[in-house]
Design a protein around this ligand. Structure first.
Ligand SMILES: Nc1ncnc2c1ncn2[C@@H]1O[C@H](COP(=O)(O)OP(=O)(O)O)[C@@H](O)[C@H]1O
Ligand SMILES: [Mg+2]
Length: 356
């Protein structure tokens, strides 16, 4: 294995301790590597399956330095890690993804501008920093829209739907104090995600696209492969590989699109990490998204990701966790994250199921 960058047994640092980190750490073990999780105090399901961990704040330089000196490369499992942390790690080690990619995806205005620059269509949107901005944007919008916080939004959090009946005065009272974007409401046919894995040497692989069904802004179910015409499939894949190229991506990049009636794809958002909508890859492909990421980081050849059957993934949230008893007795693969389920809409696990 002369092209392997990191020898077997090397340690992969993972920033963040959530379920994505848990599944990355498990893939490190599968491939003969060690994992080292760094995360702040909280419910951290990655910790119990990692080789080593440090619980520390993002601004604890002493602990961060200890982490940096103990690992051979670093990845993230959570987008909102302060960019300064990534820049600090980057001085010593390769980070997957690099700080440029992460900075772009942390801030909705940047990711939309970047997607547009890369030649991808995005919904109409306006930056809202003041009541004047809001009045102007609502006037231009002239219909339904969605306000989204510029940063830190996930699982539909930090979003507010607005209609023609709403007044800027009323809405401003609700949102003032934070920066938002107002986005036109898209009457899409379906939601589709693409996932690419790309190495620094430009070698890349594209996972089969997935169709996603959301409930209250949070992913409920994914079906793969998405039922797309060949033209839409190829055009989506071309858009995502161009975006990855432009960003000089190293690691994974998931891109969420709205599919319109006319077959066109409209950019929604991107995430440079494993994505919930590709958890089915753990059973549906020879090589899961987590396994491929570890291969990418370590320099091991990419695994095969051709698809031969259809799969669905269902999220187990705090709300539908009691369905678990039913899933046990059916032909499902069950993955539980061992998380505390008291908070609402928490992702506690998922199931993968062969459709045909
Ligand atoms: N402009 C829009 N028009 C219609 N639905 C939208 C729009 N933006 C978001 N949504 C719905 O809300 C979900 C969550 O929004 P998204 O922008 O992906 O935020 P998050 O970061 O929370 O995932 C989307 O998957 C989609 O179902
Ligand atoms: Mg989303």
């Amino acid at each position: 294995m002369s092209n392997v960058l990191l020898p077997l047994g090397s340690s992969i640092g993972i920033l963040g301790g959530g379920q994505l980190g848990r599944m990355i750490a498990m893939s490190c073990i599968e491939l003969g590597y060690k994992s080292f999780v760094y995360c702040p105090q909280g419910d951290n399901p990655a910790v119990e399956v990692s080789s080593q961990h440090i619980i520390g704040d993002w601004n604890n330089n002493l602990l961060l330095n200890k982490f940096i000196s103990s690992v051979d490369a670093v990845t993230i499992e959570f987008e909102n890690i302060p960019i300064e942390v990534i820049q600090k790690v980057e001085q010593k080690l390769l980070v997957y993804p690099n700080s440029k990619v992460l900075r772009t995806s942390q801030y909705r205005p940047y990711e939309k501008k970047y997607a547009k620059l890369s030649g991808i269509d995005v919904p109409r949107w306006w930056l809202v920093n003041s009541k004047n901005d809001l009045e102007f944007a609502m006037n231009e919008l002239d219909g339904k829209g969605i306000l989204k916080t510029s940063s830190f939004g996930y699982d539909g959090k930090g979003q507010l739907k607005i209609t023609k009946k709403d007044t800027p005065d009323k809405i401003w009272e609700i949102i003032k104090g934070k920066e938002f974007i107002l986005e036109e409401f898209v009457n899409f046919n379906s939601e589709i995600s693409f996932l690419i894995c790309r190495r620094k040497n430009k070698e890349f692989c594209m996972f089969p696209p997935t169709e996603n069904k959301h409930k209250d802004g949070i992913l409920n179910k994914s079906i793969a492969p998405a039922d797309l015409s060949e033209e839409t499939w190829l055009s989506g894949a071309a858009k995502v590989s161009k975006l990855a190229e432009d960003l000089d991506l190293n690691g994974l990049l998931a891109v969420e699109f709205f599919l319109l009636e006319n077959g066109k794809l409209l950019f929604n958002e991107m995430a440079p990490r494993p994505h919930n909508s590709f958890h089915w890859t753990m059973d549906g492909l020879s090589c899961s998204q987590f396994n491929q990421l570890v291969r990418c980081i370590t320099g091991v050849p990419f695994g095969d990701i051709s698809i031969s059957s259809s799969w669905e993934m269902i999220n187990l949230l705090s709300e539908n966790f009691s369905d678990l008893t039913k899933y046990y007795s059916e032909k499902n693969k069950i993955y539980l994250y061992n998380k505390n389920g008291i908070k609402t809409k928490r992702k506690l696990g998922h199931i993968n199921r062969l459709i045909n």
